[in-house]
Design a protein around this ligand. Sequence first.
Ligand SMILES: [Zn+2]
Length: 375
Amino acid sequence: MGTLSADQILRAPKVVLHDHLDGGLRPSTVLELADASGYTGLPTHDVEELRAWFVADAPGSGLVRYLEGFAHTVGVCQTVDALQRVARECAEDFAADGVVYAEVRFAPELHTALGLSLDEVLEAVLEGFNLGMANARAAGRPIVCRVIVSAMRTAARSLEIAELAVRYRDRGVCGFDIAGAEAGYPPTRHLDAFELVRRENFHATIHAGEAFGLPSIWEALQWCGAERLGHGVRIVDDITVGPGGEVTLGRLASFVRDRRVPLELCPTSNVHTGAAPSIAQHPIGLLRRLRFRVTLNTDNRLMSGISMSSEMQACVEHLGWGLGDLEWVTLNAMKSAFLPFDQRLQLIDGVIKPGYAALNVEAVRTAADPVGSLS
Ligand SMILES: [Zn+2]
């Protein structure tokens, strides 16, 4: 198979399971919202300078800048209008990038600084996604968006936030998560929230095993009942590759692979925060070869300066992935989505498989006739 063109990657159907609403604002929107709300904290008022400022792309230098960046994006999203707008634009941007299904997460408790209630915050975001989905459909690029409600693991409101998530399960919320600093804030600190989610037959994913190691993954799965792992990339700490390439999985890594626990991997984000040295050396290559249930995600599009297409492109360039790999991670993601089974099947059989089949036909024709004289 030849290399894929940017246009082919753009047209490939995509599924996102791990993306932060407050990590994906358009730089122009950050500026406009700051102006409208009197927010004065931004480092610059030039849109291109601001775009560059947000992307701390020196490998490993990004963690502090990431946190600074969130202070600004959260700072300008404290009103119903602002929340609605960023959610609408998120759906529109994903749809324009060829994403057909997205689960976008955010922490409502971070958006109450000007007095909005948690319900008002969540309703604004859900309304924004509804508008964005309608606009995308009208533009001929339909997308289904769902919201994962995150609680901040450094705070003590997770039970209340889990109740909020469950309350809106029929209005666009598909799951619950905890986010924020992992070290020192293990998943079991929020056990009561996860037990509520389980009792309600609802869904949970947990940020675990990003920079912090195996104990966090183990707690997330075996104490808190996480169905998926947010990042989970440190599961490689339980995998040994011998000098001859022979691979040995520890008990936890075996469990994760045997039970098909989805890994919400975000390669560029990991490189920027220092959790991985480069895309080429990112464990996603090994985990894909070992057939863990790998999914490919953006995490924070603004802070990483990426899209789903550019993330796929990076895997093609640095890991030698082809169309088959892209389809595999996309199907993995759709199978692992917190969407009812019949709706997942509809997207798999009606959208994703036909989309890749068409691209495959194109690739075969291009290989047979590289100059295009047959077309
Ligand atoms: Zn994340």
